[in-house]
Design a binder for this molecule. Structure first.
Ligand SMILES: Cc1cc2nc3c(=O)[nH]c(=O)nc-3n(C[C@H](O)[C@H](O)[C@H](O)COP(=O)(O)OP(=O)(O)OC[C@H]3O[C@@H](n4cnc5c(N)ncnc54)[C@H](O)[C@@H]3O)c2cc1C
Length: 290
């Protein structure tokens, strides 16, 4: 299996800036994210604080980012990383059953503005999960509920509906939903996950549903869930001034390391993280030459 120099998780300004700087330093990089780059980028109506781009819309800034990475031959792998394991000399990045390997990792996953639902964390691993396709076989013939925050969640719902006896889909966005006809869409606000040793019910503001499993598919999962062993402080990844986390070879940048939540801060930190990863790689290769 190919072992990349740098794996970047997240395609917002932090991840993209890390990618171009890793490329400039001639490192072999792989970047995971999505075609829109970042939901937060395309939603911004007017941006006045990104130096050099006054009064630009998020969509226009996105197009500039796209042209920039295209011109450098960088393309984004449209996949969601479920877990990152530090294996000592390298990192294993899991996408369902698929695995990627990299010598260093840059976490640029952004931050979720929404808080977990009541009971969500308590029942994590006991009926609550963040990757429906990974755990789908456990729910064969059972009732599953998916709370989806973006269109990617629809694909997961369609897949799980082929195994589950019943699938409820609760969209947290408005769109045309491309869902299998067997899926029941519930337009209501989830409030609380209920159960004893396992999930039994989801309480919504107007109704409640009996369910064996609940998947919450947000734009990003919490970094502590993504990378076991990562130090988190005040809901953010703890880094030093060089964007180093507590795990050797693992760096972080952007909203996921703390406020203020701004594009240019994210891009600056992406640059520092890429330089950090580069010097880490260079010092490792000097060690092996000794
Ligand atoms: C409506 C709105 C307007 C804003 N206006 C401004 C403004 O005018 N000026 C300003 O400076 N800031 C503004 N912001 C804030 C700005 O959007 C954020 O600070 C910035 O996007 C953070 O960049 P980031 O790269 O850290 O994360 P994000 O932009 O959030 O990007 C992270 C990306 O990583 C992806 N990702 C997460 N986890 C995984 C995974 N496991 N695998 C693969 N991909 C993953 C996410 O889906 C996302 O696409 C605005 C935000 C909003 C919502």
């Amino acid at each position: 299996m190919k072992r990349h120099d740098i794996a970047i998780i997240g395609s917002g300004p932090a991840g993209l800036s890390a990618a171009i700087n890793a490329k400039i330093r001639n490192k072999d990089l792989i970047i995971f994210g999505n075609n829109d780059f970042s939901a937060k980028l395309i939603k911004a109506p007017k941006i006045n604080n990104y130096l050099g781009f006054n009064e630009i819309s998020g969509i226009e800034l996105k197009e500039n980012f796209q042209n920039h990475i295209n011109s450098m031959g960088i393309s984004i792998i449209n996949e969601r990383i479920n877990n990152v394991y530090a294996m000592g000399d390298y990192f294993a990045l899991m996408v369902n059953e698929k695995m990627y390997e990299a010598k260093t990792v840059i976490l640029a996953t952004g931050i979720e503005y929404t808080r977990p639902f009541k009971g969500e964390e308590q029942f994590l691993g006991k009926g609550v999960g963040y990757c429906a396709t990974c755990d789908a076989p456990l729910y064969k013939g059972k009732v599953v509920t998916i709370i989806g925050y973006n269109k990617e969640a629809e694909e997961e719902a369609n897949y799980v509906s082929e195994l589950a006896s019943k699938l409820y889909y609760i969209p947290m966005y408005t769109s045309d939903y491309k869902l299998n006809p067997s899926i029941e869409i519930i337009k209501d606000r989830p409030v609380e996950v209920i159960g004893e040793d396992k999930v039994t019910k989801l309480i919504l503001s107007e109704t409640e549903i009996e369910t064996d499993g609940i998947f919450v598919l947000r734009d990003s999962i919490s970094p502590g869930q993504l990378v076991p062993g990562l130090t988190i402080e005040d809901n953010h990844i703890k880094v030093d001034r060089l964007m180093k986390t507590n795990i050797n070879g693992c760096f972080a940048a952007g909203d996921c390391i703390g406020k203020p939540y701004q594009y240019i801060k994210a891009a600056g930190e992406g640059l520092i993280a890429a330089l950090g990863a580069t010097s880490y790689l260079d010092s490792k290769s000097r060690e092996t030459l000794k």
